[in-house]
Unconditional design. Structure first.
Length: 146
């Protein structure tokens, strides 16, 4: 059964580069799916930090991942340099989507290696319930003025 493809936006507002480590490589001698999940987790933490946030400190609440989707497009190997681009979109009163584009750097060329999407929900860890999206966070991350 084919899943719905992740549509990448034209603009990403955060990009960083990370090398593929030996610990990212599996028995097939390429990057494992668990490592891609770890790389997008790192990307999410760096993305949130640019706004002064973390998953446990998101204005008046915290975040929890509701779902993740990853589409693999090209193999990655030890020593490859990966450019990861991140943005947030599809804000609602309880959740939003973070989209990731992972590209292998080959000189000046970029080869799409993976696309990913995580749905992040606002969450109150004390009550163990969903919480409302803070207006200030939505404004910052969507590029609106607070």
């Amino acid at each position: 059964m084919e899943t719905q493809s992740i549509v990448l936006p034209k603009h990403f507002n955060f990009t960083f580069t990370i090398p593929i480590r030996i610990t990212d490589v599996n028995y097939s001698n390429h990057v494992g799916n668990d490592s891609i999940l770890s790389i997008i987790h790192e990307a999410r933490m760096l993305f949130l930090a640019q706004y002064g946030y973390s998953e446990l400190s998101f204005e008046t609440t915290a975040l929890i991942m509701r779902s993740v989707a990853i589409e693999y497009k090209a193999e990655l190997f030890y020593g490859d340099r990966l450019e990861v681009s991140v943005t947030a979109r599809n804000f609602s009163k309880l959740k939003f989507e973070i989209v990731y584009k992972l590209e292998k750097c080959v000189g000046e060329k970029r080869i799409l290696a993976a696309k990913a999407s995580t749905i992040m929900a606002c969450f109150d860890y004390d009550s163990r319930k969903l919480a409302h999206m803070p207006d200030a966070a939505m404004a910052k991350m969507s590029g609106e003025s607070a």
